[in-house]
Design a protein around this ligand. Structure first.
Ligand code: CDP
Length: 225
């Protein structure tokens, strides 16, 4: 048995389009930590299911698929078996698919170890909905990153139009409200702020400000100068 301490984890959880991904990636780069985009794993599962004609409501078939899923992230790209699928999984359709497959307890359980395997030295920054509650409850720092739903809808709108995609603000807002509801009402691992998580509301903050707040909080938690 080795008694080496496990690498430290910074858990960043929060609702859709709160900026978790960009913030988490920058915090990881600052500390030289690995990065786990747990939403991408649910998106990959939704995409693999679509390709194999497995329905997003079919929990038994999805959990079998989840336990066999061959995924990896390399140089900023998401791979499904031998194929780069980064663009495909970023679509709004796969965002919806991810949120549908993610409601099934058996699916979440099948993906638990996949996510824990990302915990490698020197440390990990993970973002999602249940990183601090279920995946890494012993995280050194837990952050609940959020923003007003209208602000998040505005950010998502800008992101899509910058990518040259069609976007409709009212539809995005309605979709976010529905996803917030689904994420917070599900029985397993619902999205909520943990009592031991730091609340970071970015309604009036840009990415740099949010990143700096987390870096400072982690240094304090880990007693780094
Ligand atoms: O944040 P956004 O919804 O834009 O995308 P995401 O972080 O890629 O996550 C996609 C969906 O997966 C979310 O809407 C959640 O329903 C689900 N998810 C989850 O249930 N648990 C996680 N740890 C991460 C994502």
């Amino acid at each position: 048995m080795n008694n080496l301490p496990l690498p430290p984890v910074i858990a960043i959880d929060g609702p859709s389009a709160s900026g978790k991904g960009s913030v988490a990636e920058r915090v990881a780069a600052y500390f030289g930590f690995h990065y786990l985009d747990s939403g991408a794993i649910y998106r990959l599962l939704a995409y693999a299911a679509l390709r194999q004609h497995v329905d997003w409501s079919d929990a038994p078939a999805l959990s079998t698929l989840a336990s066999q899923l061959q995924i990896r992230f390399e140089h900023g790209e998401a791979w499904l078996q031998d194929e780069i699928v980064s663009t495909q999984i970023r679509s709004e359709q796969m965002g919806k698919g991810a949120s549908e497959v993610a409601v099934h307890p058996a699916v979440r359980l099948a993906l638990l170890q996949t996510q824990r395997n990302f915990r490698q030295a020197p440390g990990l920054v993970g973002d999602g909905r249940d990183i601090g509650s279920v995946i890494f409850p012993d995280a050194r720092l837990k952050v609940f990153l959020t923003a007003a739903v209208e602000t998040r809808a505005q950010r998502r709108y800008q992101q899509l139009t910058q990518r040259g995609e069609d976007a409709d603000y009212a539809l995005i807002l309605a979709d976010l409200q529905q996803r917030d509801w689904r994420d917070s009402q599900r029985t397993v691992a619902p999205l909520k702020q943990l009592p031991d998580a730091m609340l970071l509301d970015t309604t009036d903050k840009n990415i740099d400000e949010a990143v700096n707040i987390i870096i400072t909080a982690y240094k304090k938690a880990a007693q780094i100068d």
